[in-house]
Write a protein that binds this ligand. Sequence first.
Ligand code: FAD
Ligand code: NAD
Length: 477
Amino acid sequence: MSSDNKFDVVIIGGGPGGYVAAIRCAQLGLKTACVDEFTGKDNKASLGGTCLNVGCIPSKALLESSHHYEQLNHGLENHGIKVTGVKIDVPTMIKNKDDIVSRLTGGISGLFKANKVTSFHGRGKLLAGKQVEVTNSSNEILTLSAESVILATGSRPIDIPSAPVDNINIVDSTGALNFDKTPKKLGVIGAGVIGLELGSVWNRLGSDVTLLEAQDTFLPAADTKIAAEAKRQFKKQGLDIKMSARVTKATSKGKKVTVDYEDASGEHSIELDKLIVSVGRSPNTDNLFAPESPIELDERGFIEVDEIWQTSQPSVYAIGDLIRGPMLAHKASEEGVAVAEVIYGEEPEINYDVIPGVIYTNPEIAWVGETEQHLKSAGEKIKVGTFPFAASGRAQALGDTTGMVKIISSEETDQILGVHIIGPQASELIAEAVLAMEYSASSEDLALTVHAHPTLSEALHEAALAVDNRALHIPNR
Ligand code: FAD
Ligand code: NAD
C-alpha cells in the first residue's frame, strides 16, 4: 500500500461528528482522512452530513424565511406597520436555502484543505485490520489503512410500512425541505421535533397542517408545563395535532395522498397533497463493517461504545447519531473533538447532563437538564421559579410575549437541576443556563448575576429570583 493511503486516523462520515473529529485530529498533528458519501444537489461531494445538507441548517433557513413571511402578514400590526400584497416565492426560498447549504458545505471543504485533512468521496466500509475500503460512484475501490478508525456515519429517517416514502407525495424530512410550492393540505406522521419544525414552515406559508402522533403525550421529553404551553400555541397557529393516532394506510395516487388512521374517536380517512413521515431516525450501520467484525450493536441498533467512545474492536471508535444519546449535531461534534483527543492520548470528558435541546418553532422551546416531572418521580426535593415573558419589558417591545422561563433547583443545595424556556430567542437564552449548570451554579448564583436591561435574559434572572419567591416584576406565590 502506498504511503498516500496510510493514515493515523480514518473517519467514515463527514457530518458534524466526523468532520469535527477530522479537523481536531489534524490540529493535533495526526495524518487524517475523512470518507463521506454524501452527494449534493449539484452531484458533487458535499461535506457536513445530515446537519448541513438536509438537517439543521436547511430546516432553519426555511423556518427563518417562513417566519419573515408570517411576520409581514400577521406580526407587525401592533407596531403600526401595515403590509399588503405579501407573496411567497417558494422556488426562491428553496434556492436561498440551497445557497446557504452550499456556502457552508464548501466551507468544510476549505477547512479540510486548511487543516490538511484528506477527503475521499465514496462509501466507506471497515475491513479487518483497520483497513477502510472506499467505493466511489463509479464503483472504483480504494483501500486505506489506519492506526485508528472513527465511525461517524450518522442516521437516516425511519420508514414505516403503512406510509412508504415515494418522494412524490409521501416524503421524509429531506423531501419536506424541497417542495416546489406550498401544499394546500399537508399531513405529518409524528409530532416530534421534525414534524413540528417542518409542519410550522409550511403552516406559516399557508398549508392546512394535520399532525398524526402515535403517543398520547405531547413532547414527552420536555417539561410538562412547557409542553402544554407549546401545544396550546401550536393549536392557536392552526396546527391540528391528533394524539394517539395510528396510521393504518397511506396511499399515493396522482397528485394526492389518502391517509387512513385510527384514534380514540374511531377510524378516519383524510385526503392530502403531501405527507411527511417524521417518526424518528435510525443509525446508519448497514454494511459499515464486515459481518465477522467484533463491533457490537445494542438492541436498538446503535453501536455499543465504552466511556472513551471505543467500540468492541480496539482502536475503532464511534460517535454521533450512531451511538446512544440524543441525536443532536452539537452532541455529535462534542464527541468528535473528544474522540480525537482520546486518540491523541488525552482524557477528555463530556458532561452529558448539560446537553441543551432546542425546538426552533415559534415560540422556540429550549431546555437543559432535568424536567420537574422526572425529578419528582425520582423523589427529589426541588424548588421551582418561573417568570413569564409577558412581564418582560423587552418581550413587550418585541411584541412577542408568549411563554416563560422555568428554573428548577435542589431544595437542599439550590444547585440548578433544569432550565426550561418557551418563548422568544429561547435557543439563544438557553446558553446562559447551560453555562451555569456546567459550573454547577445555584439559582442564587444566577440571581446574583447582573443582567443588562432591557433584555430577554432578565427573564432568566427573574426566574432565578422566583425560585426563592423574590421575583421583582411578578407577584410571588
Ligand atoms: P450525520 O450528520 O448524519 O453525518 C453522517 C455522514 O456520513 C453523512 O454525510 C452520510 O452521508 C455519511 N455516510 C453514511 N454512511 C456512510 C458510509 N458507509 N460511507 C461514507 N459516508 C457515509 N440537530 C441539532 O442539533 N439541531 C437541529 O436544529 C437539528 N435539526 C435537524 C433537522 C432535520 C430535518 C434533521 C433530519 C436532523 C436535524 N438535527 C438537528 C439532527 C442532526 O442533523 C444530527 O444529529 C447530526 O447531523 C448527526 O451528526 P453525525 O455526524 O452523527 O451524522
Ligand atoms: P422524534 O423522535 O423527535 O419524533 C418522532 C415522533 O414520531 C415521536 O413523537 C413519536 O412518538 C412519533 N411516532 C413514531 N412512530 C409513529 C407512528 N408510526 N405514527 C405516528 N407517530 C409516530 O424524531 P424526528 O422528529 O423524526 O427527529 C429525528 C431526530 O432528529 C430527533 O432525535 C431529533 O433529536 C433530531 N432533530 C433535532 C432537531 C433540533 O434539535 N431542533 C430538529 C430536527 C431533528
